[in-house]
Ligand binder design. Structure first.
Ligand code: NDP
Ligand code: GDR
Length: 337
């Protein structure tokens, strides 16, 4: 019998890649789907299995991280071997506009899930999607021993989730781990995160659908990796004999301007002709530089990233150009890469 996993945030960038990975390993995957007035399963379309399909291995359930009782019921029903908590209000800029909501879903939501595991009495391992945003103002390189200094409501909520996860490990002996992941991107990245905003704009400018791209701070330094490689690290953490916390990063820094230049060049464009500044995209308090030291993950998980930021920019531009071409020619757009 294959294992069973529950993924919160299954409809997001990471959730879709993780679902694919677990299905390829023979898991039955259950995903938490939040109610939306429009379809929100686009990233799962290529692996979707309808409710009438016999013996299906991908099952979606309506629930929400703000609804603790629904989480207990779901855990009782599924009794998963592994839980991956990827659900969150994950946009840093938006967290300044909706701080309470972000605290509730991203912070307290983690505690609700941990408590639901206890209340349901299921024997499960849990992965918590912690973030390099917890380091905030702490200077790079950051590793598992770097003190946290979050700079946004999102970062604060993730610190709460991090320590709740550690606390449930220490207090109740739960196999609970934190993956402290640095920025990771892909053609499935949400359109309002800076990398995807840029690569999508490159495709649209080339096609004559847009001329200007408005951005905020171009000096921020980030450590961008490739999402499909990062979900492998999540899985590896839950296969260890002992629960622990790991930084996952490439260790290679680049500024937003570097990424911008590379992405526009990949599309045969000069970024300075199209990009304009809009203070709307600045944050009240910015995280200047995040560069991870993932030596622990390399040594203990044998995890190594292959794709670096420049190649990432190129592959994302290529994917956005292909998706737009398909859209303009009326073909159904697939996002199965
Ligand atoms: P996305 O924003 O792409 O996905 C977030 C997921 O959370 C979506 O499935 C979303 O559902 C779901 N969600 C939002 N609110 C709720 C709620 N109230 N209840 C249940 N589910 C909810 O994020 P990523 O895939 O990029 O990231 C996955 C996780 O990893 C997040 O927790 C993020 O904070 C964290 N992280 C991400 C990093 C990155 O660089 N990508 C780095 C470090 C940490 P819907 O589709 O309906 O909106
Ligand atoms: P981040 O990612 O805040 O690092 O959080 P994002 O892509 O939003 O910003 C990266 C940097 O780019 C600057 N920036 C802009 N950002 C956006 N979104 N839009 C703009 O127009 C723009 N112009 C400049 C930002 O100021 C910032 O410095 C991501 C999320 O996935 C989190 O959930 C995750 O935890 C962290 O990565 C690690």
């Amino acid at each position: 019998m294959g294992k069973t996993a529950l993924i919160t945030g299954v409809t997001g960038q990471d959730g879709s890649y993780l679902a694919e990975l677990l299905l390829s390993k023979g898991y039955t995957v259950h995903g938490l789907l939040r109610r939306s007035s429009s379809f929100n399963t686009e990233r799962l379309d290529h692996i979707y299995q309808g409710p009438q399909e016999p013996g299906r291995t991908l099952v979606l359930h309506h629930a929400d991280l703000s609804d603790g009782v629904a989480l207990v019921n779901l855990l009782r029903e599924i009794a998963p071997d592994e839980v991956y908590n990827l659900g969150a209000q994950s946009h840093v800029r938006v967290s300044f506009d909706a701080p309470m909501y972000t605290g509730d879903v991203t912070g307290l939501g983690t505690l609700r899930l941990l408590e639901a595991i206890r209340a349901a009495g299921v024997d499960t391992r849990i992965y918590q999607a912690s973030s390099s945003e917890m380091f905030g103002a702490a200077p790079p390189p950051q590793n598992e021993r770097t003190p946290f200094h979050p700079r946004s409501p999102y970062g604060c909520a993730k610190v709460y989730g991090y320590w709740s996860t550690v606390n449930y490990r220490e207090a109740y002996g739960l196999f609970a781990v934190n993956g402290i992941l640095f920025n990771h991107e892909s053609p499935r990245r949400g359109e309002t995160f800076v990398t995807r905003k840029i690569t999508r704009a490159v495709a649209r400018i080339r096609a004559g659908l847009q001329d200007r791209l408005y951005l905020g701070n171009l000096d921020a330094v980030r450590d961008w990796g490739y999402a499909p490689e990062y979900v492998e690290a999540m899985w590896l953490m839950l296969q260890r004999d002992e629960p622990d916390d790991y930084v996952v990063a490439t260790g290679v820094p680049a500024t937003v301007r570097d990424f911008l230049r590379a992405a526009f060049a990949a599309g045969g464009l000069d970024w300075s002709e199209h990009v304009r500044f809009d203070p709307k995209y600045e944050r009240p308090s910015e995280v200047d530089a995040l560069v991870g030291d993932a030596s622990k993950a390399r040594e203990l998980l044998n995890w190594r990233p292959e794709v670096r930021w420049r190649e990432l920019a190129e592959l994302m531009v290529e994917a956005d150009i292909a998706a737009l071409d398909a859209e303009l020619s009326g073909a159904r757009v697939r996002i199965d890469r």
